[in-house]
Design a protein around this ligand. Structure first.
Ligand code: GLU
Length: 284
């Protein structure tokens, strides 16, 4: 008994050493609390939005949207089947902290790659390029772009590039209201509390197509930025190259196109074809 026990322990130790030496099979990087195990019980924690239909959306026990489809594809290439994925809500304002504290291993959450964010986290990708736009009431005719916002109440989300750009470039005369998520902003818009909502066009299109909002709001369709959606990673990760390879493979084998099409169906949204599909950046 004793011998057998010691044998098993030795084997486990050897296996761990071998895995560490090969750098394979390790769910490493970033102080995450991945539970190892030769029993195949490893999981990976993926941060997504829960309230952005067509991108990252919690529908009962299902998680749908383009971000989740890219995440599933990438996870699979990293060796994680869907039932090994633990989906975690990653609101815009919390993403950097969640990666830094190991609450998640990677983030697929309409997360724009920016130099400022790169001071705190790393990115693979991009896997999609969107553009900041405006959502207004269906019958609105006076807001056709960001220059028409003077004297208006505008809603966006705390910690987003969307809110930051308004503060940096269009702050004068704009009353910016910040909410934790874009769905809350759309509620404020349909209730007449704000004149417009701003964030990426693909996010606005998904929200506008929801039954509750249909016929009440419209996307202006005049994008004024380039938002490169990256896969957020802890800075000390060892996964960036593998994730980029997975994204490239998803684009080449047609799964990317299929995911874009199925997740934007019925929204009237088409990606900017000059920018999509993108080419991944070199890993830092
Ligand atoms: N892509 C922008 C960002 O990363 C806006 C969307 C979002 O808040 O997730 O901040």
């Amino acid at each position: 008994m004793r011998t057998r026990h010691a044998g098993a322990a030795t084997l486990a130790a050897l296996t761990a050493l071998t895995l560490a030496a090969c750098g394979g099979g390790e769910v490493g990087g970033g102080g995450g609390e991945e539970t190892g195990g030769a029993d195949g019980g490893e999981t990976i924690k993926i941060g997504i939005k829960f309230d952005q239909p067509g991108l990252g959306y919690q529908d009962g026990s299902e998680y749908t949207g383009f971000d989740t489809d890219v995440a599933r594809y990438v996870a699979e290439k990293l060796g994680f089947s869907e039932d090994q994925i633990e989906w975690v809500e990653a609101p815009s304002a919390n993403r950097e902290t969640m990666l830094q504290t190991g609450q998640v291993d990677m983030i697929f959450a309409t997360y724009s790659i920016t130099d400022e964010r790169k001071e705190q986290v790393a990115f693979a990708g991009p896997y999609f390029i969107a553009g900041q736009d405006l959502l207004v009431a269906e019958d609105n005719t006076d807001i056709t772009g960001p220059d028409d916002l003077e004297g208006k109440n505008l809603c966006s989300v705390t910690g987003s590039t969307s809110a930051q750009r308004i503060k940096d470039e269009y702050a004068e005369g704009v009353q910016l209201v910040e909410r934790p998520g874009y769905a809350e902003c759309v509620t404020a818009l349909t209730a007449g509390q704000v004149d417009a909502v701003t964030t990426d066009d693909i996010i606005l299109a998904g929200l506008a197509a929801q039954d509750a909002n249909k016929g009440k709001v419209k996307v202006v369709g005049n994008p004024f930025s380039e938002e490169n959606y990256g896969v957020g990673l802890p800075q000390d990760n060892d996964r960036c190259e593998d994730i980029n390879a997975a994204i490239t493979s998803m684009i080449e084998d047609g799964a990317w196109e299929e995911a874009v099409t199925s997740n934007t169906e019925g929204t009237g949204y088409t990606p900017n074809a000059d920018l999509n599909p993108p080419t991944t950046d070199a890993c830092a």
